[in-house]
Ligand binder design. Structure first.
Ligand SMILES: Nc1nc2c(c(=O)[nH]1)N[C@H]1C(S)=C(S)[C@@H](COP(=O)(O)O)O[C@H]1N2
Ligand SMILES: [Mo]
Length: 365
């Protein structure tokens, strides 16, 4: 593999919606996604720091910490290990933040910080087993090679996150070096990134360089300051960590501002959840008064992946309509009409609402 760095702005990512350019944060135009797996060029991007520079001649992945046998592997060695492929949808915890009232600080994402892709790589448990992790280990820490400063504290930090040392959770995870059957694109974390099925996107550490077993809880800022549901700015005592995705859904057609005529249309969208399966999607065209089931329209509907939904709507008379969608999953989770607000604006799964206008007489300007 050649050395990895970004050579041109917007490289490979034309058509995405910029939320911020430095560091680069791009939303996916979900209305343009017609395939169940999002093409790599259209997959959203979320970065906390500028892109790292990676010298593949010296790059290796070290796995150590509280264990009997620390190890390190070059890229070519990882490719020769057992491999696993999983389709996984992930959503940025800040997706739909712009719909919160009052506003919450952070990237003001609309609905497009979510995507579904096919990931291939080494099972995480395979690598952890090689190291013979010590009794008493509580967490596994994952280190990305990107680093920089934060506005809220002095110092230089790498992007680092931990997972609890729970066998079932870790058994689901993989270290991906392929995305949709292509080598993992640099902007998505090449040479290898972590994939944690069912969790919000922050868990999927890109540009991995280190995996460390730890006997104490990890206190890095992307663990202990960010990605916590906080009710008050200073209330870290009561904070709940952001982990699994909540059940969520969006309308991808029509989009806001679409002018429609009386007639029959197919409304379209997507629904996803954390651990369960999407069992039901309902649509309202009258601002949530009446609801009708939509059709779950994905050819493949699997755990940890999103599903398309469709709903045939016949408009008989002009007027202003409020289209809404809500989804339910097999674990009984439902979407709230108004999200539980939190200081950092995470996990907003309130029902998505799109106004539609059907003019009845010629519009006068
Ligand atoms: N090293 C590193 N990994 C990272 C991040 C980052 O800034 N640096 N951002 C995280 C967040 S918040 C999200 S939502 C996902 C986004 O992955 P993507 O850019 O491939 O869509 O990556 C996660 N992994
Ligand atoms: Mo995110």
């Amino acid at each position: 593999m050649p050395n990895l760095s970004v050579t041109a702005p917007n490289e490979g990512k034309a058509g995405l919606i910029p939320a911020k350019t430095e560091p680069e944060n791009l939303e996916c135009p979900l209305g343009l996604v017609t395939t169940w797996l999002v093409p790599n060029e259209l997959f959203y991007i979320r970065n906390h720091f500028p892109y790292p520079q990676i010298d593949m001649a010296t790059w290796s992945l070290s796995i150590g910490g509280q264990c009997q046998r620390p190890v390190a592997f070059h890229y070519d060695e990882l490719l020769k290990m057992p491999r696993v492929t999983k389709n996984v949808t992930f959503e940025c915890a800040g997706n739909k933040r712009s719909f919160l009232t009052p506003p919450a600080a952070g990237e003001q994402y609309g609905i497009g910080a979510v995507g579904n892709a096919k990931w291939t790589g080494v099972p995480l448990s395979y690598l952890l087993d090689l190291t013979q992790i010590d009794a008493g280990v509580q967490e596994i820490i994952f280190t990305g090679s990107d680093s920089g400063q934060r506005p809220d504290m002095p110092g230089e930090f790498n992007y680092q996150r931990s997972l609890p040392f729970q066998k079932e959770l870790l058994a689901e995870c993989l270290l991906a070096y392929e995305m949709n059957d292509e080598p993992l694109p640099f902007k998505h974390g090449a040479p290898v990134r972590l994939i944690v099925p069912g969790w919000y996107g922050m868990a999927n550490v890109k540009w991995l360089t280190g995996i460390t077993a730890s006997a104490t809880p990890f206190e890095g800022p992307f663990q202990a300051v960010d990605y916590l549901y906080l009710q008050r700015e200073d209330d870290y005592q009561q904070a709940v960590p952001v982990t699994e995705m909540k059940v969520n859904s969006v309308i991808t057609w029509p989009s806001r501002g679409e002018v429609l005529k009386p007639g029959t249309y197919v409304l379209r969208g997507l629904a996803w959840t954390g651990k369960g399966m999407i069992t039901k999607v309902s649509v309202s065209t009258d601002d949530g008064m009446n609801w009708t089931d939509a059709i779950l329209a994905s050819p493949e509907h699997q755990q940890f992946t999103w599903t398309f939904w469709e709903y045939t709507w016949t408009i008989s008379s002009p007027g202003h309509y409020s289209l809404m969608v809500k989804a339910e999953d097999s674990l009984g989770n439902q979407q709230p009409r108004v999200s539980a607000w939190n200081v950092k604006g995470y996990g907003n799964n309130m029902m998505h609402q799109v106004p539609a206008f059907v003019p009845g007489t010629p519009m006068v300007h």
